[in-house]
Design a protein around this ligand. Sequence first.
Ligand code: 8YV
Length: 324
Amino acid sequence: MNKPKVYIAKPIPHEVEEYIAQHCDLEKWDSNEDITREELLERLSDIDGLLTSGTKIDEELLKKAPNLKVVSNMSVGYNNFDLKAMKNRHIIGTNVAGALDDTVADLIFGLMLACARRITELDRYVKAGKWNRDDDLELYGANVHHRTLGIIGMGRIGEAVAKRASLGFDMNVLYYNRSRKKEVEEKLGVEYCSMEELLKRSDFIVIMTPLTEATLHLIDKEQFNLMKPSAIFINASRGKTINEKALIEALQSKKIRGAGLDVFDVEPVEIDNPLLRMDNVVTLPHIGSANMDTRFDMAKLAAENLVKALTEGAAPNIVPELRA
Ligand code: 8YV
């Protein structure tokens, strides 16, 4: 019986490639440069499975891939899926939920601490030779321990953040989510509340929702206006879950104290973006899952999803909207 044919559009570890090759005939993009959409579309005519992350899976691509049965995202976010188009064609869509929760949660805490204690700003201060003990007051930051953290989106990563906050930093943790997570409330002592109450009460606000039609610009001018002037806002989900112009305006008018951002409305972030010129904003290049161990785990899980969907007709990580 012929093996299913797959296209690997992202670099993956050799061991993972070997696993796929045991079960599928594979072709791969092996340049360090990202494959362009045009180059990808030329390579899909006879494939059964695609391993990617970020590539828009829409009508245009699906028409070029008439045999496509599964798309395996090497990411937890799957806003690149046109869910309606995939569902209409009975295409399985999978992600790597669970492979990067703690890694992203660690980074979120890194952003909280960096913003609160002005770590990146004062690192530049020392390296510019500005150290002067007489003006210590101007070096003060804010406490994290025992403060109130508001988490918008209590999924796996949100829960990992809540665990760090509650057990590690004695923080009072509030959360807002589409549905109650009573088991998390019991396990970690977190408190469910409305979005408005969370925004008003929190010293730190972390948004960790997927990007969907419902969460596009979920945090806009009205929401920033509800936050404390001492609040620090953290986004490591998707840039478009907030209105970035409203964030810039809130920071420039001191409606909030600062922000820690791993994601942006446009990525790579444009060099003339005002956020890059603010000392009270910590900016990172979408590195939430960026380490060798985690990326290996993500690639391995994405490969297992791909192979199992093609050889067993079911995968462990089908995204909720595409489950039967
Ligand atoms: C990925 C991410 O590493 O998993 C996600 O959704 O945003 C990142 O952590 C990045 O998208 C590359 O796959």
